[in-house]
Each structure stands twice: as C-alpha cells, then as structure tokens.
Design a protein. Structure first.
Length: 250
C-alpha cells in the first residue's frame, strides 16, 4: 500500500496553491534573514518540499537550493515548472545515501517531523547535513494543539493511532491518522544537539516584521492573549518556530 506521505499532495490541494505557498515561503525567509542577515552564497535544503513552490522562492535568496520529497507527483510538478540553474529537485527521502554525502548552510523543516517514522533520525540527519554554524528553520506542531491541523478535528493529536482512526471514521473523514505529534518536552529532546533560538514569541511580538499580520494584528487582543499564554504556558503553544543552530567549529 502506498503510504500517505508518498501521495500527500494528491490529498491536500493547498500544496499547489501559489498564493498560500508564496506567503509561507516569505514568512520563512523573513525569519532566516533575521537570523542569518545575509544569505548570498549560501546553500539551502528544503526537506519535504512538495510542489516546490516555496523552494523556488527560496532559490532567489540562495546560491544553490535543493528540494526533496518522497511524493513523486509533487516532485514531477516541481521539475516541470521550475528550472532555474541553481535549483534542483529530487524524489528521495532525507536519509537517502546520495543526500548524505552533501552539506548545507540552511535547511528548512516545516511541519515535517510528524510525518516520518522516526523523527529523531530525521533531526539527527539534519544535524549531520548542516555545515558547522549552519541552521535549520524548524516549524513544528505541538501534540497539545486543540485542533489537529490535517483532519481539523479537536483533540485528535492527543489520541493513539487506533483510537484516532476510529475517531476519523466516526467523523466521516477520509484518510489514515499516522501523524505523530510530540509534546513540547519531547520536541526539546528531539533537537537537543542544536542551539535553539526561539522565534515563536518573537513572531507574536512583531508580526509585521515576520509577515504574520494575517494571523496576528499588532496591539490586538489576540496578540496580547497569545503573548501572555506563550510566556506563562509555553509548553501549550500550538506551533513552535525555532532556528536550530549547529555549533560552529572552534
């Protein structure tokens, strides 16, 4: 049976929505640029690039950009639509031997960890793929998020797989619940090799700077509420935005 990850884009049309994907890419770049300041001459790997729309936008800021995904139809779309000299797409996994020979300055890993069999292997591999001083933009959902983002069902991520799949059937949703969201404390263990720079609260504090006005308005009640919650109860924040830095060689 073909796993959902290998056919992901066929079930989620938003992977091909240029407006949505462009907006997400620009948000990601605003964070990367804030941390790195200048990305000229740097290389980037986009893990789980899907249709390549975001990867193509990244390529305008980096000297060389690579997108990888196990979803063949999505990679075929990317190859057929984006052909810049500094941009490559491969239908491979993050642990493919041909990838492990390479090194990158920046790696993006946005809402990927919950889709893989072993998220620890994913993050350890990303660490190994980074040059010393390199960074990973990690965006990941919290297990304690009330509304599960893929099926839009409350408390689904709290449930074990069998119960989750029964819940999905009872709610007449299509698909299998294989996603494995982690709590904040387990996410911290997942990235313990890295130096973690938090951009979750920074983004809430200054949504304009990080192009997130569509989600949070400056000086709004929502912003004030989110700031209070994120500072007092950081472990229940729905989504974490972290820059993960690999220690530079001394």
């Amino acid at each position: 049976m073909v796993r959902d990850q290998e056919n992901f884009s066929s079930k989620y049309n938003q992977m091909f929505d240029v407006e949505i994907r462009t907006q997400k890419a620009l948000k990601a770049l605003s964070i990367i640029n804030d941390f790195k300041i200048n990305t000229d001459g740097l290389t980037l790997l986009d893990v789980g690039c899907s249709s390549g729309i975001m990867t193509e936008i990244y390529s305008k800021s980096f000297s060389k950009t690579m997108g990888i995904d196990i979803d063949k139809s999505a990679i075929d779309f990317a190859k057929n639509n984006f052909d810049q000299e500094n941009l490559e797409f491969f239908n491979i996994s993050y642990d493919s031997p041909e990838l492990l020979k390479k090194k990158f300055d920046v790696i993006t890993c946005s809402h990927i960890y919950e889709h893989v069999d072993d998220p620890q292997v994913l993050m350890d591999t990303i660490y190994d793929l980074l040059n010393p001083g390199g960074i990973c933009l990690f965006i990941g959902g919290n297990k304690l998020k009330i509304i599960e983002p893929h099926f839009k069902l409350p408390f689904l991520s709290y449930m074990p797989s069998k119960l989750g799949n029964l819940y999905i059937k009872l709610m007449r949703k299509d698909g299998e619940y294989y996603q494995k969201h982690l709590s904040f404390f387990n996410l911290k263990k997942l990235v313990e090799k890295f130096i973690v720079h938090d951009y979750t609260i920074k983004t809430i504090k200054d949504p304009t700077r990080f192009l997130s006005d569509d989600l949070i308005k400056n000086n709004s009640f929502k912003q004030i509420f989110y700031l209070i919650v994120s500072k007092l109860f950081y472990f229940i924040v729905p989504t974490y935005i972290w820059i993960l830095e690999k220690q530079a060689t001394k």
